[in-house]
Design a protein around this ligand. Sequence first.
Ligand SMILES: [Fe+2]
Ligand SMILES: [Fe+2]
Length: 272
Amino acid sequence: MSAPHEAGTIPVRKMNFEFDSVPRDFLNGNLAFSNYFNGLNLLFPEGERFFMHAVRDGLKTIKNPSPELKEQAKGFYGQEAQHSIEHLKYFEILDKNGYEFRGELAKFDRFIIKLRKKLPTKLRLAMTAGAEHLTAISSQMSLTDVDVANGHPVMRDLMQWHAIEEIEHKAVAYDVYAQASGNYFLRILGYLAAIVVVGGYSYKFATMFMRQEGYSKRKAAKLIRDDQRQILKRHSYLKSQFLAYFKPGFHPNQIDDEHLIEKARVDLAAYG
Ligand SMILES: [Fe+2]
Ligand SMILES: [Fe+2]
């Protein structure tokens, strides 16, 4: 890991993960969970570019944004850009491990680019704030899950590095949205849209990967659903935190996750 440099209070860390030896069942031998992560991973590069554009465009609509908010946004762009780079690099291992996904990924990317170009700024920002809530709460799972902890060390580090940074910048898109619009109903509409896109496509892609492991369509879908149920059982706080976003007075900093990233930052510092 290169030395992190500070961008406001959000540090940008440049990692250089070596994915060469990652097996297909990298999460502690749990193939369904590994493929659920793979499915989610396909959404990141273009999805994160959507987030960066939304925050940048949203910030431009705010009259005299505070220097703090601008600095936070800078850290946000820096972190998300690094996430895209590392997750894109990981795709080569999916190729090497024999998965076919490039055609479906190209279709998804075209869909996201279309949304980015056609949707109004405030809606894109509301979707980004909602998606960032989903990534922040699932980051707690990445930092505490037994299959991640006992998974392939490079994948554990990739997931935990991403998780730390999603928690560090979890309020940026929300705060920009609050100043650019703040409308409650649009915030919820954006959240629902993010749930449909993230939930729908990650499930579709995870099932696609499991089918390539030789499972029937039905069995592949069942294995992914069972895995999702297991995750929710192991991390029961996810449900209440998922619902908390619907409260009119919600703010991402109301969720206390600082203790989780403190420990993970120490582990990550020892990386490489
Ligand atoms: Fe990210
Ligand atoms: Fe993020």
